[in-house]
Design a protein. Structure first.
Length: 385
């Protein structure tokens, strides 16, 4: 079953995509798919229809959080998970820090992939947004630029990239002809791509998929292409941290396109070159922007110290405790937060066993509480060295 799931998921992900930094960027956001399969998550959860049906489909109920949020959600329904795992004869997942981080990246990234384009919606856009005034598809029209060759690109990012690279010319010609250039939001790039592929007269069976994007490479390109200069260093464009970038790939592409005109004017004024993209460079930049939009979680070691007592952790982890459990200063050291989160999750069964014997249940944890406990425990561990 896992092998079939891997093949189906790989196909679905390719189809959908076809469509530091303070933030820890993944080299491959899809690496966590292997953890998702290996640890049996697919027995209860699906990704866009591939997998189990007991839990939510992560392709339909998006996970817009971070690793603290993921641990919080898993922790708070741990007992329900155990019951379901007993019924399906599934072993409770156990994670390393790396496993946990890759799983979090994967679940977060599913939202980025977006939805397949709608051909009918794309056909309407081609007319209502004025594309038809300058372009043709399906048959050659004198004086119009044919888009049939775009058929080989399954990814909407390829269309967005082609438009971006020609945006100065498009804005110039649009102004000369009195044509208002289209704006894009939601899934419009994917819809338009789906229509062009459907209507194209190109007979070639070749299809070029876009890989999801390399956020690490995207960060480098963001600096090399001059984006960093205007969106981080100088008060020219909107600040990166204020940009709405944790949307689907087609929505982020739309945001970029919609400000291409003003950007071209600003760069001309500053005597800077307008950036262009080749290959999968735009996909890399968009994936970087997406992970920059990962929600941040607040927390403090001071709150963690209070929670350690309020949540009952201290009763089992004080000096001379009856369970021979380690004291807080001997928990670590944890190399990073994900080592801590994995250790906390892996420790949950023992905690549940002891608490159930007393008629109690695991205390709920909010994301900021998880982070605060991590900061407190790490501080105590460092102090105890």
């Amino acid at each position: 079953m896992a092998k079939n799931f891997a093949l189906k998921t790989a196909f679905v992900l390719l189809l959908l995509v076809s469509g530091v930094s303070a933030q820890q960027l993944p080299k491959n956001p899809l690496a966590g798919r292997e953890v998702f399969e290996k640890e049996g998550c697919l027995n209860c959860h699906a990704v866009n229809g591939s997998g189990g049906t007991i839990g939510p489909d992560f392709g339909k109920q998006v996970f817009p959080g971070n690793d603290y949020d993921l641990l919080s959600r898993m922790w708070n329904h741990s007992q329900r998970m155990l019951l379901m795992m007993a019924r399906t004869k599934t072993e409770r997942p156990s994670f390393t820090g790396r496993d946990f981080h890759e799983l979090g990246d994967f679940l977060y990234f599913i939202r980025y992939l977006g939805e397949p384009g709608n051909i009918s919606a794309g056909k309407r856009l081609f007319t209502t947004e004025g594309c038809i005034k300058c372009h043709s598809v399906g048959r050659a029209v004198p004086g119009k630029i044919a888009l049939d060759s775009m058929k080989i690109y399954v990814s909407p990012v390829r269309l967005a990239q082609a438009m971006w690279n020609h945006s100065i010319m498009m804005h110039r010609r649009g102004a000369a002809r009195g044509v208002k250039l289209p704006t894009f939001s939601d899934n419009r790039f994917a819809d338009l791509t789906a229509y062009i592929r459907s209507a194209s007269s190109l007979k070639s069976g070749e299809e070029i998929y876009s890989y999801p994007g390399d956020p690490v490479r995207g960060e480098q390109l963001f600096k090399e292409k001059g984006c960093y200069y205007c969106h981080v260093e100088k008060p020219v464009g909107p600040k990166l941290e204020r940009m709405r970038t944790n949307e689907s790939v087609t929505e982020i592409a739309g945001i970029m396109w919609n400000h291409s005109g003003k950007m071209a004017e600003a760069m001309k004024t500053m005597n800077r070159s307008y950036p262009s993209f080749s290959g999968d460079e735009m996909a890399d930049v968009i994936s970087y922007l997406y992970f920059q939009g990962t929600p941040r979680t607040s927390g403090s070691a001071e709150l963690g110290a209070l929670l350690f007592k309020r949540k009952g952790c201290e009763s089992c982890h004080q000096t001379g405790n009856q369970f021979n459990a380690p004291t807080v200063d001997r928990f670590g050291p944890f190399h990073d937060k994900d080592d801590f989160l994995a250790a906390l999750w892996n420790h949950a069964p023992r905690m549940e066993e002891l608490l159930l014997a007393k008629g109690k249940k695991l205390p709920d944890l909010m994301p900021n509480e998880v982070k605060s406990l991590y900061l407190f425990i790490n501080a105590k561990t460092e102090a105890g060295k």
